[in-house]
Design a protein around this ligand. Structure first.
Ligand code: FUB
Length: 340
């Protein structure tokens, strides 16, 4: 791709940067951190990056991850525990390759791990696995969630207890192949002056193992109430959905992919529409940018990743955390992961 920053350039950048925060763990590579507070403790559900030796391409084939580890911490800045393998791809009957960005939820004594993987036909779907413990081991359902596709599930519990899944990613995430409602192997996109492809949102069923409805489009609007356009690469949705609530408003945040921002939009309902508000996190070292936002002991935190530990290798990332600050009007102060 013309957009993938040249690896040598990334490695040179890594030598020059001073980093805002350190990796949470350094003995394995981790990415795409989904943070949750369960029983007063912070749990992080990341991807587990490995060097699989797969060449870099636009579809993200070099992200060839095979298992998940769960991390936990009692306090931000305190000791981080790596709980070992929580789910291995060999124990997911339907999965072929590429365990990408997961998320987790808790309901009625059971923990649910939601994860994207390509099936044996190389089509991404969302799987679910369950455990009595937040750290696993998780047992995968025999089939992916019926009607699920694409990548990067984020599960949000609304104030009335209802759970919603937000999902989708373009390019390697295959969202563009589902525009007709069924899978088309060709990659087609709306024209630059047309509304951009949107992430999907669906209510989860009571059993947390299926969709209670057909996933619907989640609208992200500009300041004039018009959908963001395909050509608006600095603002349009690419991947890495996350939803949180602050002061009664719903915040939908996501990566802009090829422009490398974590952006956000605010709305009044879990279904949206959401209005674009700005950038939460400026580009980090490495191509991808992926985050989560959580309140813990009265402070707000941004979990994110970058490729500093690997010296700039895009597919070998490390999870980090920094405090997040709001302005009095509810907008979020932009984080820059590097200090002068
Ligand atoms: O980690 C693999 C993929 O890279 C994730 O699913 C995307 O969000 C990007 O971070």
């Amino acid at each position: 791709t013309t957009d993938v920053v040249d690896s040598t350039e990334q490695e040179a950048m890594a030598d020059e940067q001073r980093f805002l925060s350190d990796p949470l763990v350094t003995d394995i590579y981790t990415a795409d951190p989904s943070a949750h507070v369960f029983n007063g403790k912070l749990y992080i559900y990341p991807s587990h990056d490995i060097e699989a030796g797969v060449p870099e391409d636009d579809l993200g084939s070099h992200f060839d991850m095979r298992d998940y580890h769960v991390l936990s911490m009692d306090s931000v800045g305190g000791q981080v525990t790596d709980h070992g393998v929580a789910l291995d791809i060999k124990d997911v009957p339907w999965a072929g390759r590429q365990l990408w960005a997961p998320d987790a939820a808790f309901k009625n004594g059971t923990y649910y791990l939601y994860f994207p993987a390509k099936d044996k036909d190389d089509i991404f779907h969302i799987g679910v696995a369950t455990s009595a413990s937040p750290t696993g081991p998780f047992k995968a359902q025999p089939q992916p969630i019926k009607g699920s596709y694409s990548i990067d599930p984020a599960v949000f519990q609304d104030k009335d207890g209802q759970f919603y899944m937000y999902v989708g990613g373009i390019w390697g995430g295959q969202l563009q192949r589902w525009q007709t409602g069924s899978y088309q192997p060709e990659d087609t996109y709306p024209a630059d002056d047309q509304p951009a492809l949107m992430p999907k949102v669906a209510k989860l069923s009571n059993d947390m193992l299926s969709f209670a409805e057909t996933p619907r489009d989640l609208q992200i609007l500009d300041e004039n109430g018009k959908p963001l356009l395909t050509g608006d690469n600095d603002r349009r949705f690419f991947e890495a959905s996350w939803v949180h609530m602050y002061n009664g408003k719903y915040y939908f945040s996501y990566s802009t992919g090829d422009t490398h921002y974590i952006a956000y939009a605010i709305g009044d309902s879990p279904y949206g529409p959401f209005t674009y508000k700005g950038v939460i996190l400026n580009p980090v070292l490495g191509w991808t940018n992926h985050h989560s936002i959580v309140e813990f002991n009265g402070k707000w935190y941004l979990f994110y990743h970058d490729s500093s530990l690997s010296g700039g290798k895009t597919h070998l990332r490390s999870v980090k955390v920094t405090e997040l600050h709001y302005n009095p009007d509810g907008t979020i102060q932009t984080v820059d992961a590097y200090v002068e």
